[in-house]
Design a binder for this molecule. Structure first.
Ligand code: F6R
Length: 612
């Protein structure tokens, strides 16, 4: 994600920018930096620490600059080190750039700049290429240089730049990453998000995709992609700071649920080739020989990440035909698991710091088995210690209850299964192409699902749920792991005792618990077991259970006649779990709201479990 702040005016730019960056730490916090126009030069200060660490370094310098740009980073390309932190300069100390997004063709541009234009690079980041490109094209007008540089760039970006040769001016541009401009008195600002502006102004203008802006203390000029001036409406923001940090949502959890289409899109980005349908995970350090020799995979994780692993087993076995075991890390680490050199251990962890998962990773490496980590945090211990990493690009997840990270873990596992299957030539190319197309449709389907008026139905059922102390989730086949994740989310934030059962197991015991009104959430998205699932629902209803069904649009009138039904957009059996979990997340959220429990910080829990 990353957060950007720029300031130009009569105030002390450094302090004002740091203040703004603190409000953007929810967008990333693994490193931070600042560039200020100071006595004819651009001075860059950066650190591998948080904004607070940056502030300490800044206070130690006597910089009274009135113009500057700053950045708080969530590492994507390049580890979270000082040299990789933004701002990035070119070869001279004339210019600085901050960037949020991903430059897809940076390798090509970097080679050209090094080999043909003699530029010297310092960092491992994709973003540094922007500073060198602008420097290369600079001819007295920073905006013109930015425009030429952007012409060459593919990817997503929100970018701000300053030059020592143009005092008091910031230029910026955006595509697929946000930028807002704040209008003050004899000062103007630019930032990734509104909270960074609120201590200085409540008058903002939103920069649209493809637009450029030139900002000085007295004037803001916006231009469209073709260079024509644009008139932009000024908005008055009346959110308080807390609401603004959550993007106007009441809780981080809801914000993160709503961010899922973007998180999935980012995780898929650059990893799929069309029309061939080939998945490219050349970022992994496994050659064709190793992949072909793989005899077994062990997935190890905790909590929600373990539930992603349960689905991972079904997906990998189905698509790549490799046998998979799944185990919670706290058990795996104290057994003597049967591991061999032609096995692969996959650890899944959002934070990359979970103690048990890390111990499982170390155990596997000690036993000379390669470890692949699926994680969301570049530079985390698990990312550093694994042999290879498949990053999920969910962006920082703040709410304790994991939502968007889980969805991106699933997407990463689908990509991995397809990749392994394609390298081993075990997956039917037509099936692979179908799945790849299905994956690419997911962001739009998620957007539709989250904007659906049917969400009201979820709310209504959640109000019923909120009055009970016990609830059940049932599902067969791929619906069963989703049921388990749904139950975990509900108990975690609403404190309702929720259990998940493979629907076929009901009559072997749990059916005894069903009585008048008992809430039962049934997941019915798998065609192969549709009839069986419907019979299980009947068994519950006959005993008075209050059933809420989550199913697919294309399962016909059989289900649609029911009152308490939430239907998903058309989706095949294999991909359905990515959509069907979303209503369970929302149900947990609405139920917690109705019970008045603390949504983002549930009692007794922590976001990152670094102790056993
Ligand atoms: C539940 C939840 C936890 C985590 C678990 C593992 O919503 O978030 O169950 O999934 O603590 O955490 P990571 O993925 O950071 O290893």
């Amino acid at each position: 994600m990353c957060g950007i702040v720029g300031y130009t005016g009569t105030g002390k730019a450094g302090s004002i920018i740091i203040d703004g960056l603190k409000k953007l730490e929810y967008r990333g916090y693994d490193s931070a930096g600042l560039a200020l126009q100071n006595e004819g030069k651009v001075v860059i200060i950066k650190t591998a620490g948080t904004v607070a660490a940056l502030e300490k370094i800044y206070r130690g310098n006597c910089l009274t600059a009135k113009t500057g740009i700053g950045h708080t980073r969530w590492a994507t390309h390049g580890r979270p080190t000082e040299v990789n932190a933004h701002p990035h300069g070119g070869c001279s100390d004339d210019l600085a750039v901050v960037h949020n997004g991903i430059i897809e063709n940076y390798k090509l541009l970097r080679s050209w700049l090094i080999e043909e234009k003699d530029h010297q690079f310092r960092s491992e980041t994709d973003s540094e290429v922007l500073a060198h490109l602008i420097e290369e094209y600079y001819d007295g007008d920073l905006l013109a240089a930015l425009r030429r540089a952007i012409d060459e760039v593919k990817g997503s970006y929100a970018l701000a730049a300053i030059s020592a040769r143009e005092p008091g001016r910031i230029v910026c541009v955006r595509r697929d990453s946000p930028l807002v401009i704040g209008l003050g008195k004899s000062e103007n600002l630019v930032a990734s998000d509104i909270p960074a502006l609120l201590n200085r102004t409540r008058r903002v203008m939103v920069l649209e995709d493809g637009e450029f802006a030139s900002i000085t203390a007295e004037k803001v000029e916006i231009y469209d992609a073709g260079g024509k001036p644009v008139e932009r409406e000024i908005l008055e923001v009346n959110w308080d700071l807390e609401a603004a940090e959550k993007g106007g949502f009441a809780h981080f959890m809801l914000k993160e649920i709503m961010e899922q289409p973007v998180a999935v899109r980012e995780t898929l980005r650059q990893r799929i080739d069309l029309p061939s349908g080939k998945v490219d995970l050349s970022e992994l350090a496994m050659d064709t020989g190793e992949i072909s020799r793989l005899k077994k995979i062990h997935i190890v994780a905790c909590g929600t990440a373990y539930h992603a692993g349960l689905l991972g087993r079904e997906i990998i076995e189905n698509i790549a035909g490799i046998p998979v075991d799944v185990e919670v890390a706290s058990e795996f680490r104290y057994r003597r698991p049967l591991l061999a050199e032609d096995h692969l251990v996959i650890v899944i962890s959002q934070s990359g710091e979970t103690a048990d998962t890390l111990a499982a990773l170390r155990l596997a490496r000690l036993r000379k088995v390669k470890v692949l980590a699926v994680t969301n945090v570049v530079g985390s211990t698990i990312a550093r210690e694994a042999d290879q990493v498949l990053f999920t690009w969910a962006g920082p997840e703040i709410a304790v209850a994991s939502t968007k990270a889980y969805l991106t873990q699933l997407v990463a596992l689908y990509l991995l299964a397809l990749y392994l299957g394609q390298v081993r030539k075990d997956v039917d190319p037509a099936l692979a192409l179908d799945l790849v197309k299905g994956l690419l449709e997911l962001p739009a389907q998620l957007e539709k699902l989250l904007a659906d008026e049917k969400l009201e139905k979820l709310r209504a059922y959640s109000n019923h749920l909120a009055c009970w102390d016990n609830a059940f989730f049932i599902g067969r086949s791929l619906d069963y792991p989703v049921a388990r994740e749904g139950a975990l989310k509900l108990k975690e934030i609403s404190y309702i005792h929720a259990e998940a059962y493979a629907a076929g197991e009901l009559k072997h015991g749990p059916l005894a618990l069903i009585d008048e009104g008992v809430p039962v959430i049934a997941l019915v998205t798998q065609k192969v077991v549709l009839e069986k699932s419907l019979s299980n629902i009947q068994e519950v209803k006959t005993r008075g259970g209050a059933v809420f069904i989550i199913t697919r649009d294309d399962f016909g009138d059989l289900i649609r006649q029911e009152e308490a039904v939430f239907t998903l957009p058309p989706v095949g059996d294999l991909l359905a779990p990515i959509l069907s979990v979303v209503p369970t997340q929302l149900m947990a959220y609405y139920t917690a709201l109705a019970r008045g429990s603390s949504v983002d910080q549930p009692r007794n829990l922590a976001k990152s479990v670094t102790v056993e």
